[in-house]
Design a protein around this ligand. Sequence first.
Ligand code: GRA
Ligand code: FAD
Length: 655
Amino acid sequence: MASKVRVNQDLQRERDRANFNLEQLTYIFDGSREYTQKRRYLEKRIAEDPELKGGPNYYFLSNSEKYANGVRKATLLAKKLKEYKLGDFTDAFLLRSIIFPNEASPMSLQIDMFIPGIMGLGTEEQQRRWGEKAMAYEIIGTYAQTELGHGTHLRGLETTATYDPTTHEFVLHSPTLTSIKWWPGGLGKTTNHAIVMAMLYTRGKCHGLHAFMVQTRDLETHEPLPGVEVGDIGPKMGYHTVDNGYLRLDHLHIPRMNMLMKNSQVLEDGTYVRKKSDKLSYGTMLFVRSTIVKGVATNALAQAATIAVRYSAVRRQSELKPGGVEPQVLDYVTQQYKLFPVISQAYAFSAVGLHLRNLYLRLNYDIQQGNVELLAEIHSLTCGLKAFSTDQMMWSVEICRLSCGGHGFSQASGLPKIYDVHVPACTYEGENTVLYLQCGRSLVKALLQAQKGVTLSGSMAYLSQVCDDKCSVTSQVTVDALLKSYEWRARRAVHKAARMYKGRLQAGEADYNAWNQTGVHLVLAAKAHCHKYVLKTFAESIQQAEAGADVVRVLQQLCLLYATHGVTTNSGQFLECGFMDTRQLELVNDHMLRLLTDIRPNAVALVDAFDFTDDKLCSVLGRYDGQVYENLYKWARQSSRNETQVRIFTTVTPQ
Ligand SMILES: CC(C)(COP(=O)(O)OP(=O)(O)OC[C@H]1O[C@@H](n2cnc3c(N)ncnc32)[C@H](O)[C@@H]1OP(=O)(O)O)[C@@H](O)C(=O)NCCC(=O)NCCSC(=O)CCCC(=O)O
Ligand SMILES: Cc1cc2nc3c(=O)[nH]c(=O)nc-3n(C[C@H](O)[C@H](O)[C@H](O)COP(=O)(O)OP(=O)(O)OC[C@H]3O[C@@H](n4cnc5c(N)ncnc54)[C@H](O)[C@@H]3O)c2cc1C
């Protein structure tokens, strides 16, 4: 985004020396030129929209004011979707990301899970009945699954939905304190409907977790309906704009047809008709996990890198050459070692996120045709990659904050806000350890099948391939050579976990205990598998990139940096069993340091290519014009604390 104002000289010099086509790289990061153009068009429209431009400074609002401002903007989002004639999910996600820069909307679950839940779990009639109203924001919903006592263990959820064949109704009830629904976004005050996940009982038999459409509030008065107690769960570490709430049901009667019945049904007489796969009810979570890699992890990594790299180009500190001028902190190799791998992670996870989106669309199409073959593979992949990408994001955003020194700790940097709103992704949609274990278990199960002669396919095919146990890293450190090392590391980790698991079984241990005792190595295997998958996908995306040689060159540098940095930060695993020796590890280390020098001239341009507006970053340190100091001073003077010199409050509080 070109800025007309005076740009900091250091930053301008950085931009002048970039040596690749920045616009082309933006299209690759966004996924297409068309997406970039639509994004820019909407960013400009919102920036000029009198109902949305400006608005209160988020940083100086109280938590209640942040929520109120969130509701104001969420209602405007619904209005603008119609006004701008935007309809599909991608547009809604995009417009929301512009109206809520690093903020969660109190109505976020409407498009994240409520509508996908209706479309994914409802019959065609139910999609027409609720889907259209939800798309028009005539009903506002959330996804209520987690309870006070259970979030991970879905089979332990206690809310009941008991079918009454005499009235053709379900009775929904919270039988215990721990069964109170707890955490759903927007449940406290904003929404008037919820997809409630409950244990289905009919004819005295439990058929497991199913989805039910529940109206929680009166559409006219917004008061909770009889049998419904709702409220906000109280202040949180972040997500201040969202009223994460609780829901206690007291024998609430709903019509039979409020059970979402695409995959399984309860007939009028109470007969239960099985679903194709037990796990289709979990489809909404699988969809959201597939969007988190690009929509959450990549987005946070790219923004944090933009802020930290631009600020590091502007910030001059200390003395490098004795007696010389204070250098840009970006010239310290330690600063490059902190920040350049974050740039490479952002481009790598962007490639993976775009790839995952296509995989999910294919799975969704297959499921519509009644083919659930891909379900297990995509479940394993989305579990592992959601956990791997958000873990990496959490650490890297904090590294970016720390790399900005004291000003990184100020809300003015925009970095705490990025952390606040993205880090819950390590917990929601499946806590990361739990998802790593899902992925690790599926890898071990696949390997055990392969050892019985089953041919593996997809992302697990490499597990049964015989690997030449000679590490091919020579003086020419390449992605291909390193990819073999990543593949060997992952294969070895899975084989080790499988050996541990089988060994415990053969020693007579119960299956559940053998899994539990192998847990640490299942997580290690899942991480190694995901790390290889990310590198492989990133490398393949560069081969397929529609771009000039200059852009391909910088992407290859970033891909090799991602690979070498991954080896040096996990060297123990690569050294184990002698696959890579210390000499080869030194070669990789030296090459990584040379890459930092090669990338240095393009560092600012590489983050400029993420193409974030100042409105999106909400960061004084990451401003496009680099005018940091004067704007930090202006920002501080907005603080209400400076309205008085002596009193704490402007109004004298009565004694
Ligand atoms: C951990 C598991 C996966 C365990 O599930 P389980 O039924 O106990 O199954 P298991 O015994 O471990 O495995 C049995 C089998 O079921 C498979 N499976 C499990 N889940 C899925 C799935 N989604 N798709 C496809 N397959 C699935 C597993 O791989 C197992 O397969 P196998 O038997 O080995 O062939 C499950 O409990 C789970 O998903 N827990 C996490 C709950 C969660 O994600 N909650 C999210 C709430 S919504 C939210 O947080 C929204 C936030 C949004 C926002 O605010 O933005
Ligand atoms: C900001 C935010 C928004 C949310 N929004 C929603 C929403 O809209 N709708 C909704 O339904 N929920 C929502 N949630 C809830 C979220 O989905 C759960 O918190 C999440 O699934 C984790 O479950 P839990 O809280 O019960 O953690 P627990 O599972 O109790 O985790 C506690 C610890 O136990 C460990 N653990 C648990 N099970 C195992 C296991 N089998 N093996 C090994 N270790 C294990 C975990 O690794 C973790 O270290 C939200 C949560 C947050 C923070």
